[in-house]
Design a protein around this ligand. Structure first.
Ligand code: AMP
Ligand code: TRP
Length: 335
């Protein structure tokens, strides 16, 4: 990684369930193009994933699947630092430190926490509430300037900024205060069954989500069943026509055609034909990624070497920040 005067980018996805088209269009797709201009770190955030109970064997598989998927989506280990969060213990260490300057009130207000507490009422653990503090640690450890995420993460990013400023004010300038990089379109892809809800990995209704592991047939079937509206006009209007607007966004982001051009292309065409075109555009993007992902996941030795190097490079930076933090707090350095 060329460290000279380039800004730092950090992002991550949890290795839970199947990665959705929302994760791809809202986050991962935007990562590769940043690699030349910035020093990028892309992390598989396994520590985050255990706030919801995981099956160990599945977590192991999902983690390696996601590492391979990052690379298949264009993350180049020679340009970026690609690593697994639990390989760098500084994340958990800084999280503890930041916990002590986070207020219960502000964590209690987080939208994702409120949603997850409702969904996991039987497992309302401290990790769910601490989740955004751990995310702040991920970001602040690397003196990150920019964080490319979907819209749902903006509130967490605000907390990371607040914590950075709070620490800097209490001690002295220590952390870079990060900015979000939220792309206008794609930052919130909606469920195919309920266009007012985001497309979410944890949605129990399989027809609501497209995953990066779906077969072409499954993708066609899911788009065919996607809800629409009672009009028959393919027109973008997020308020009046949320379902069609979501499909138009997906079409535009996967085909590369602008929404306006797409509206013209599908003028006078029924929803059935339009949905087929959306499915084709999505398949054309996903199929080559799937093939590359499969090839990579079979090459264990390669993935392990990437992860070994990634963890070493990440830890070097993380250790430096954490030492600075500990020194400022008044902890005595190891003799
Ligand atoms: P998660 O699934 O919570 O691990 O999210 C990983 C990344 O994908 C984050 O940057 C999210 O903002 C993004 N993301 C998740 N769901 C969507 C969605 N429906 N639309 C756009 N971005 C999303
Ligand atoms: N919380 C993010 C999500 O659910 C994942 C995440 C964890 C993350 N740490 C991060 C994203 C740091 C960006 C930067 O989507």
């Amino acid at each position: 990684m060329d460290t000279q005067n380039k800004k730092v980018v950090f992002s991550g996805v949890q290795p839970t369930g199947k990665i959705t088209l929302g994760n791809y269009l809202g986050a991962i797709k935007n990562w590769a193009p940043l690699q030349d201009e910035y020093n990028c770190l892309y992390c598989v955030v396994d520590l985050h994933s255990i706030t919801v109970q995981q099956v160990p064997a599945e977590l192991r598989k999902n983690t390696m699947d996601l590492v391979a998927l990052y690379i298949a989506c264009g993350v180049d280990p020679n340009k970026s630092i690609l690593f697994i969060q639990s390989h760098v213990p500084e994340h958990a260490e800084l999280a503890w430190t930041l916990d002590t300057i986070s207020y219960i009130g502000e964590l209690n207000r987080m939208t994702q926490f409120k949603e997850k507490s409702r969904k996991h009422a039987d497992n309302l653990n401290m990790g769910l509430m601490n989740y955004p503090v751990l995310m702040a640690s991920d970001i602040l450890l690397y003196q990150t300037d920019l964080v490319p995420v979907g819209k749902d993460q903006v509130q967490h990013l605000e907390l990371a900024r607040d914590l950075a400023e709070r620490f800097n004010n209490r001690y002295s300038p220590t952390f870079v205060v990060p900015e979000g990089l939220v792309y206008k379109s794609g930052s919130s892809i909606k469920s195919l069954q309920d266009p007012t809800a985001k497309m979410s990995k944890s949605d129990p209704n399989e027809n609501a989500i497209i995953t990066l592991f779906d077969t072409p047939d499954e993708i066609r079937r899911k788009f065919k069943r996607a809800v629409t509206d009672s009009e028959t006009c393919v027109r973008f209007d997020a308020d009046a026509k949320p379902a069609i607007s979501n499909l138009l966004t997906i079409y535009s982001l996967t085909s590369g055609e602008s929404i306006a051009d797409a509206e013209k292309r599908f003028e006078g065409v029924g929803y059935g034909v339009f949905k087929e075109a959306v499915a084709d555009a999505v398949i054309a993007v996903i199929e080559p990624i799937q093939q590359e992902q499969k090839r990579l996941v079979a090459d264990k030795a390669y993935l392990e070497s990437v992860l070994k190097q990634g963890a070493e490079s990440a830890e070097r930076i993380a250790r430096k920040t954490l030492s600075k933090v500990y020194r400022k707090i008044g902890f005595i350095p190891k003799f």
